[in-house]
Write a protein that binds this ligand. Structure first.
Ligand SMILES: Nc1ncnc2c1ncn2[C@@H]1O[C@H](COP(=O)(O)OP(=O)(O)O)[C@@H](O)[C@H]1O
Ligand SMILES: [Mg+2]
Length: 301
């Protein structure tokens, strides 16, 4: 079972204003650590934990999350160490895009049509790859920031992460250099806000249109193909688009994904305490991951 860390709200140093959920920074063993509370009961805690363990299987640079409980309130949540050591700072995607295009709509977060594959690729191509500490387990041949970013997009398609908007990726600025930040904030992934009744229905219904494979195909990314498009790309179409920008890196990531076996996925899901993730939720999440894995491995990207 994954360990669950205890967080004392009285140790809070400052609230994190960015993002949507209540969260605060505190100090632990000399590190700055962020507690992200899950107060709405929509499973962001287990989704964040499972997603980071899956990213680890791929050797992808990612923020590591531990499950946590807040003392006093008993609120579930997750904690993670800051990926930025002062004097370095985090520069989010929207700021990088703004630096390249003065008209980039930096203030809006969702349905940003200017968040196109081309604009993001152009931005990521000017930043350096994550530092060695994050690249330790990256597969051979993954070298540039765009090589790594293509992997983030594949991870998103695997875990049905619809939330890679321009404040959920970024770069670390250190000594006038920008390096790609590890992947973070996957708490909205894995269809974590479905009810167990809906999961049960999708697992058992005879209606093809409601079953997991159809459901899985519908996940939407936060990337647009062209800035005039009404709808963002599906997570799978976004993968195809990014993969075509960097075909060799895509091949390497896809091979890495093909090597993940189902027992390993089951083991990750089994390690989440049962009161945070029900049996049916585990089953559904397993099906979703397996279906997306199959589709990505079979893709011609
Ligand atoms: N591990 C981290 N290291 C440094 N900054 C972080 C880290 N995690 C989150 N942040 C900062 O906090 C913001 C909100 O965190 P995020 O995980 O994206 O939460 P939310 O789910 O509310 O969007 C991020 O945009 C980033 O600026
Ligand atoms: Mg966020």
């Amino acid at each position: 079972m994954y360990r669950v860390r205890s967080v004392n709200p009285e140790s809070a140093l400052n609230l994190e204003q960015l993002g949507t959920k209540r969260k605060y920074w505190f100090r632990q063993d000399g590190e700055r650590v962020l507690f992200k509370a899950e107060e709405r009961g929509t499973g962001e805690d287990w989704a964040e934990k499972v997603a980071c363990e899956l990213a680890a299987l791929l050797g992808m640079p990612h923020v590591h999350y531990d499950l946590a409980t807040e003392m006093g309130t008993n609120n579930p949540g997750v904690i993670c160490s800051s990926c930025v050591l002062p004097p370095a700072s985090l520069v989010l995607g929207n700021q990088i895009l703004l630096a390249l295009d003065k008209r980039y709509p930096v203030g809006t977060r969702y349905k940003v049509q200017a968040h196109t594959v081309d604009a993001v690729t152009k931005a990521v191509r000017i930043i350096r790859p994550p530092s060695d500490q994050w690249m330790e387990h990256a597969p051979d041949g993954i070298e540039s920031a765009i090589d790594v970013f293509v992997g983030y997009v594949m991870l998103d398609a695997w875990i049905a992460n619809q939330d890679r908007h321009h404040e959920n990726w970024g770069a670390i600025l250190n000594d006038h250099r920008l390096v790609l930040a590890p992947s973070f904030d996957h708490g909205a992934a894995l269809a974590r806000n479905l009810t167990d009744e809906a999961r049960q229905m999708r697992l058992t219904t005879a209606d093809e249109g409601a079953r997991v494979p159809t459901f899985a195909r519908k996940a939407r990314s936060a990337f647009f193909k062209a800035s005039g498009d009404k709808r963002p790309l599906s997570t799978r179409a976004a993968w195809i688009e990014f993969a075509s920008q960097q075909p060799e890196a895509a091949r390497i990531w896809r091979r890495k994904l093909s090597e993940v076996d189902s027992t390993t996925i089951e083991e990750i899901l089994r390690q989440v305490p049962p009161h945070r993730m029900s049996k049916i939720c585990r089953q559904f999440t397993f099906e979703l991951l397996t279906e997306n894995q199959r589709a990505l491995v079979d893709s011609t990207a």
